[in-house]
Design a protein around this ligand. Sequence first.
Ligand SMILES: NC(=O)c1ccc[n+]([C@@H]2O[C@H](COP(=O)([O-])OP(=O)(O)OC[C@H]3O[C@@H](n4cnc5c(N)ncnc54)[C@H](O)[C@@H]3O)[C@@H](O)[C@H]2O)c1
Length: 373
Amino acid sequence: MTIVRVGLLGCGDIGLRHAQAYGHLVSRQNAAVRLVAVHDVDPVRAHAVAGRYCRMTGSTVKIVDRAERLFSSSDIDAIDIALPTYLHREAATAALGRGKSVLVAKPLGLTLEDCDAILDAAASPQMIAVAENFRHAPGSKAIAHALGSGAIGYPIHMDLSISIPSKELSRNAPPWLADTGKAGDYLALELGVHEMDLQLAWLGPMALISASRSGTKNYDSGGHLAASISFAGGSSSVTRFNLRTEWTGDWQVRRFIRGPQGSITSRSWCGWHDGVLATPKRRLLSQAYIEGNISSIFRDREERECILEARSFGQAASNDPVGYGIVSCIWDFVVSISKGKRPLVSGVEGRAAVAASHAILAAAQSGKAMTPQ
Ligand SMILES: NC(=O)c1ccc[n+]([C@@H]2O[C@H](COP(=O)([O-])OP(=O)(O)OC[C@H]3O[C@@H](n4cnc5c(N)ncnc54)[C@H](O)[C@@H]3O)[C@@H](O)[C@H]2O)c1
């Protein structure tokens, strides 16, 4: 496999995690990818990320003073865009215009117009991958595997509830996230786009969405958003996001999918059932506990336990020290470039998830059922 050379644009929270994923792939798996250059308006962050990759791999990374230098470099094949959401369009269209493949942090764009501009700028659809790492998280892969193998029959209904302490978010969030003109609606887009992507992947295209909300549009105080979705294939779902004002230090996610032959239940903490489950005191649990926990989520009609084949999540969990499915997501991006194949989450799928998030918002605001555009 030829080595894919990546330039990283944005060295904040997600940029650093992506750099760690490249570092892990190179140092532990001798993978055919190299992080060759980085840029951030904040040079301290750019140095920190380049330094982290260097310590992991022993290779140096160029720090460039303008994004344009990444786009125009003949030593770079692909650009990893880990910028705040409102900057995705400008960066992705510029990179694609220079013939670079792109990995764009979710959500693909702030608006549908932004998504369409990004899709239009690509010479071929496989040049755009969305860093939708939830799809790569072992727990999500396990659910996809169970649905795909017909373990519960077709999915009749999915119930999802996510409960998050808003104080934890406001403590750790970057300032742009507080501005809905830069980040979009926190529950519907910033957080909700992950869940819309998963539901589109698991239950198919959406026909109609009704929604209601109360409280804030933002992450820093309490709020509630609920969406009821009818899918074109006949499934339905109810999604509830709850931003709790009290401090518990704990994210809680519960997914329940019912089919004619059984159901799938998954519960997790810290938002992602991906092998980095933690107790409220943030003590990391052992791999054995994690695998035991995930493998016990599949139950048949009599509530007897169905043990899922370990390969559907165990390998990914132990190979993803960055967590949240990020190493698998980055590797999928690299393979899509070197083999010229479609990434697991393409630009078209990224747009569909953004459209669903916007339909939830429009339905909540208008009180009318909406079809994603
Ligand atoms: N996949 C996930 O689970 C996940 C989690 C968090 C955030 N995200 C997404 O990742 C993206 C980045 O989020 P984040 O939390 O890393 O934000 P962040 O604020 O931590 O990082 C963004 C970085 O971009 C830099 N930057 C800002 N403007 C720039 C410019 N014009 N040119 C160059 N650098 C610039 C900032 O200095 C900062 O270092 C967002 O779209 C967000 O929605 C994804």
